[in-house]
Design a protein around this ligand. Structure first.
Ligand SMILES: Nc1ncnc2c1ncn2[C@@H]1O[C@H](COP(=O)(O)OP(=O)(O)OP(=O)(O)O)[C@@H](O)[C@H]1O
Ligand SMILES: [Mg+2]
Length: 378
């Protein structure tokens, strides 16, 4: 990595740059209507060459954030820095950012090849055709080069948009759902190639995705967003194993985390949480008052079975058992708990509806949240 792009553009690599979003705000105002704050003070500090996935529900402000960085929306407040340079007031073309939004910057009268070359010609790249061919082959779109964008399927257009963003080897790359229209097999292959290209060239990248698996596989760190605010920014392991609040715990993880009511109970110098009529689980949270009502988060994957009768656990009747080959999934009615609890069970332990299942989790994997704010209690 890290040779400077020469003035003739012949070098393939650029110096990786950091990207900082500093208390970034965006309020949309339309004439005569009320204004809407879509981005509410986002702070993100992305390392040079790092790939960050922006994950969150529809309408939470992901695209708005990317458009702010790209310069397609004006910043209401705060700053954006690429390396040491503030770019918040620069026009899009001066920011040196590769933008992979659907069909963005594709010129309809030009062929795909001409579209890709167009991005390079302005910078007088000598080996332009070769670069187009190499990149097209890597993104499985060689056969699309002589077509016009209008003649392509949405999945094909998406690969062209991705190539358009990558062709100049920009130091900063912004991708909005770059693989959403590809079929499952191609999505996996292009995803892998995107990761390889990103590593090879050191693009500092934000990729928006709805797909958790895509976020896990692509990203060094994940930013989970809701309501215009970053809820948590961390490695996939941190997001999954140490959720900052109930929203993050609930949004990340498949199947969903179980969220049930509980009451903290201390006995014999240890801390537990009571769940339902007779359930009890160990917790690590020592800062929570005895008797406090809380929301308990328990991931199906963190449950283990084969728990002795003397150990704290939950117990209930299996309502449904699903054999998912590598493991099983039991939906269990625990007395006194409103919603059934989903438990992942070992493959060699086949169950049936009506069986009684006793299960628990390690204290470190039983999360407690404030009933009202959803903040994690530790
Ligand atoms: N030009 C605009 N004018 C007014 N409101 C807007 C504008 N663009 C977006 N919004 C609003 O801002 C909020 C965030 O929109 P945004 O497109 O950033 O969401 P998103 O996270 O990308 O969602 P999705 O996953 O559905 O693409 C939404 O409530 C949307 O209605
Ligand atoms: Mg969007």
């Amino acid at each position: 990595m890290s040779t400077l792009t020469r003035t003739d553009g012949s070098a393939q690599h650029t110096v990786a740059q950091s990207l900082v979003l500093d208390r970034l705000h965006k309020t949309y105002t339309s004439r005569g209507k009320t204004s809407f704050e879509a981005v509410k003070g986002i702070e993100l500090s992305i390392e040079p060459g790092e790939m960050v996935a922006l994950l969150g529900p529809s309408g939470c402000g992901k695209t708005t954030t990317l458009r702010l960085v790209a310069g397609l929306e004006t910043v209401t407040d705060g700053d954006i820095r690429i390396g040491a340079t503030s770019v918040a007031d620069l026009p899009p073309a001066k920011r040196n950012v590769g933008v992979g939004f659907e069909s963005y910057a594709l010129y309809p009268p030009l062929s795909v090849r001409q579209n890709l070359r167009y991005g390079l010609r302005a910078r007088k790249v000598r080996d332009a055709d070769q670069r187009v061919d190499t990149l097209a082959a890597r993104l499985e779109m060689t056969e699309l080069l002589d077509h016009r964008p209008a003649d392509l399927s949405s999945g094909q257009k998406q690969r062209v948009a991705l190539a358009r963003a990558l062709i100049r080897n920009p130091p900063v790359l912004l991708l909005d759902e770059p693989l959403s229209h590809l079929d499952a097999a191609q999505r996996q292959r292009v995803r892998r190639e995107l990761k390889v290209l990103q590593r090879e060239f050191g693009y500092t990248t934000i990729v928006v995705t709805h797909d958790q698996l895509e976020a896990l596989s692509l990203a060094d760190r994940i930013a989970v967003m809701d309501g215009g605010v970053i809820q948590q920014f961390g490695t996939p392991d941190e997001i999954f194993d140490d959720p900052a609040n109930r929203f993050v715990a609930d949004f990340v993880g498949e199947p969903n985390i179980n969220l049930v009511d509980g009451v903290v109970q201390r006995s014999g110098g240890k801390t537990f949480v009571r769940v339902g009529d007779a359930g009890m689980l160990p917790v690590t949270a020592t800062g929570v008052a005895d008797g406090r009502a809380v929301t308990v988060g328990l991931r199906p994957q963190d449950c283990h079975t084969g728990v002795g009768a003397e150990q704290p656990a939950l117990e209930g009747e299996v309502r449904v058992y699903e054999n998912l080959l590598e493991f099983g999934q039991a939906t269990v009615d625990v007395p006194g708990v409103d919603e059934p609890v989903v438990v992942q069970t070992p493959a060699d332990e086949r169950l049936a509806g009506g069986d009684v299942l006793r299960f628990a989790a390690d204290a470190g994997q039983v999360y407690l949240f404030d009933d009202d704010s959803g903040e994690r209690l530790r």
